[in-house]
Design a protein around this ligand. Structure first.
Ligand SMILES: [Zn+2]
Length: 322
């Protein structure tokens, strides 16, 4: 397993150069899995046939941001309205049309607006199945996403979908506000759209996802925490690791994670950018802050490759088993 994961990874660097900016190759022949970061905790994972999205959030409204992040200052060209918690949450249909062409599955880690705001519209547009907590599915119900598209999970499920399988892993939310963040709230049944940002922000519990796809095992987190006993013994070759500053509230965050997962071949930092800034804005402060994360991973798992993703850039994984 370990060997093939490393062999796959050896291909990553080469393939990135070869495929960056090109159309994804047809996967039925190659089993080529390609990841794309959508910003925030959002990812597209595709083999060219099946498209799986995780926490897709491309609207990037100028809304409230978590405590502890450097505030984004609006530039004169940035005309986005400022949203407060009691404003009606409005996704950006143009951004969704541009960045989300199709989806078969949408996996949502938790019900916060930077993870779920775009999901009702994406589900209605693509007819994708949405895998999430009851809280998340209640947000979708408010927007009349058909019940047959909703797959409600609580963590612990291990589901077979044919082209991939999905282990749903109980997890924890980032310890925001110097560990004072706590929410036991759940989005209730019976809400009616349009919802306010507050109604789209009750957390509703947090999940992680292990996706087994063409011989790869991709473990996706939507924030900066995990339950060690739920992940120990998993052997993903690719891990999307929450890398923003709140991870520093956690004892030996990167060390315990890398050891529990047997030192995965590839780590892709996620949820580290300032998601209240538009896609075109500089993320330099967040990139600077990310350097300590790279050092943590290198110290504990020197053979792990870390790729800092760029928005929408293809990250092809090597064909498993080569
Ligand atoms: Zn959150």
């Amino acid at each position: 397993m370990r060997k093939s994961a490393l062999a796959s990874l050896a291909l990553v660097a080469t393939v990135i150069c070869a495929y960056a900016g090109q159309k994804p190759p047809s996967s039925e022949k190659t089993g080529q899995v390609i990841l794309r970061w959508l910003g925030t905790a959002g990812w597209e994972i595709s083999d060219g046939t099946t498209v799986i999205l995780i926490d897709p959030y491309v609207s990037r409204i100028f809304g409230p941001q978590p405590p502890g992040r450097t505030p984004y200052t609006q530039t004169p060209e940035d005309k986005r309205p400022l949203y407060g918690w009691d404003d009606v949450a409005r996704p950006d249909p143009a951004a969704i049309d541009t960045h989300v062409k199709r989806a078969d599955f949408v996996l949502v880690t938790h019900t916060h607006y930077d993870h779920v705001l775009d999901v009702p519209q994406i589900a209605l547009k693509t007819h994708a199945a949405v895998v999430g907590t009851e809280s998340t599915e209640n947000v979708l119900r408010a927007y009349k996403v058909p019940e047959e598209q909703l797959i409600t999970v609580r963590g612990g499920e291990d589901y077979e979908f044919g082209s991939f399988s999905l282990k749903v892993i109980p997890s924890l939310h980032s310890p925001l506000d110097h560990k004072h963040y706590f929410s036991s709230e759940t989005a209730p049944e019976g809400m009616k759209a349009p919802l306010t940002l507050r109604q789209m922000h009750p957390e509703g519990g947090t999940l992680a996802f292990l996706i087994r796809f063409h011989g790869h095992q991709i473990l996706a987190f939507g924030g900066m925490n995990y339950i060690e006993r739920e992940i120990v013994g998993l052997e993903p070759d690719v891990v999307l690791v929450g890398a923003a500053a709140s991870r520093k509230e956690i004892h030996d965050y990167s060390g315990r994670l890398m050891r529990s997962l047997h030192f995965p071949a590839l780590v892709l930092p996620t949820h580290w950018d300032n998601f209240t800034a538009p896609f075109g804005a500089s993320q330099q402060p967040s990139i600077d802050a990310l350097q300590s994360f790279l050092e943590e991973i290198k110290a504990v798992s020197p053979k792990t490759t870390v790729i800092i993703p760029k928005y929408f850039e293809a990250i092809p994984l090597g064909t498993a088993g080569q």
